[in-house]
Design a protein around this ligand. Structure first.
Ligand code: AMP
Ligand code: ZN
Length: 303
């Protein structure tokens, strides 16, 4: 396999783009593709202050590296969830710190749940019996990320979700006709309240293997392990299914996602989201919430 740009030995083939590239051409193609995605969905501009939610994994660290490389003003934020199994949280944080050290001018906000709220996510899940660690974790991350972004005066919050993440969620939401989730899913979640920071997913058109290849070729150190609680997660099963589909019909994942986004954007498909309209401030933390009284995060504290 030869590089379509320069004829050298290719290191990656992307069937859905009908493109094979060598290491050096890939390393220059990838950031440009991310930048094109940022423009395509009007995610943010040079004047924005971007906060990247970094987990220590390949996706979010690659995203941060690319934004740094492209010259966007981007800081990081890491939530120390207190997952001690396999020293997962600790090792992830080490990767984030190593990134900051290797990229002069970058800085990271670290939120340590245990020291801030006195309890880690696994301990919390145990206390709230019947509550799954992953759903609790998602709720905590959303709340804390928005808080850090808002308090820090950032105009956009960027996450490392790739196409594989997005189509797995899309399939899951569609199978259950989760219309409120479908309404909110997309490359950009606009701010609907002064205290809700706009959310963007600049890697939403890159396949997981492409991001992994970039991290590897670029020499980004990241945590290889998945979160120990994600084992057996439904989303992994959906990813597997979608990969089979992609294998039989290249570009399926990219099209499934893009066509969904387009159908919503041009009004061919509309979902009702009754909750979206009514937002009020949580009396405890002050963040906007759709529920009457305390927000879902603050309700966790009520025993
Ligand atoms: P996940 O839900 O673990 O697949 O992560 C999706 C995205 O959320 C990642 O690409 C990161 O941008 C962000 N993220 C996940 N875990 C953390 C964390 N502990 N701290 C900050 N951001 C995170
Ligand atoms: Zn609250």
């Amino acid at each position: 396999m030869r590089c379509n740009r320069c004829g050298q030995e290719a290191v990656i083939g992307m069937r859905h783009h009908r493109l094979a590239l060598c290491k050096s051409c890939y390393l220059s193609w990838f950031p440009r593709f991310v930048d094109r995605t940022i423009q395509q969905f009007h995610m943010f501009g040079r004047d924005d202050r971007v906060l990247v939610a970094v987990s220590g994994g390949k996706d979010s660290l690659s995203l941060w590296e690319v934004l740094f490389h492209l010259g966007y003003a981007a800081d990081g934020a890491y939530i120390q969830l207190g997952i001690e199994q396999g020293r997962y949280s600790e090792q992830s944080l080490e990767m984030v710190r190593a990134f900051v050290e290797a990229h002069p001018g970058t800085s990271v906000h670290v939120v340590d749940l245990k020291s801030r709220y006195g309890i880690s996510v696994p301990e919390w899940a145990e206390e709230k019996q019947g509550r799954k660690v992953c759903s609790l974790c998602g709720l905590v991350k959303r709340h804390e990320m928005n808080r850090v972004a808002y308090e820090g005066g950032y105009t956009v919050l960027a996450t490392g979700h790739n196409v594989d993440d997005e189509v797995a969620t899309l399939l899951q939401n569609t199978l259950h006709w989760q219309t409120a989730y479908l309404n909110r899913q997309g490359p950009v979640l606009p701010s609907t309240h002064p205290k809700l920071v706009r959310k963007v997913k600049p890697l939403c058109r890159l396949y997981e293997r492409e991001v992994a290849a970039y991290a590897l070729l670029r020499g980004i150190r990241y945590i290889y392990d998945e979160c120990p609680f994600s084992k057996g997660a439904k989303s992994l099963f959906y990813k597997e299914l979608l990969n089979q589909l992609e294998e039989a019909s290249p570009a399926s994942k990219d099209h499934f996602y893009l066509d969904f986004v387009r159908a919503k954007a041009d009004g061919r498909m509309r979902f009702e989201d009754k909750e979206a309209a009514r937002l009020q401030d949580c009396p405890k933390c002050g963040q906007p919430t759709t529920t009457e009284g305390l927000c879902a995060f603050c309700r966790l504290w009520v025993r």
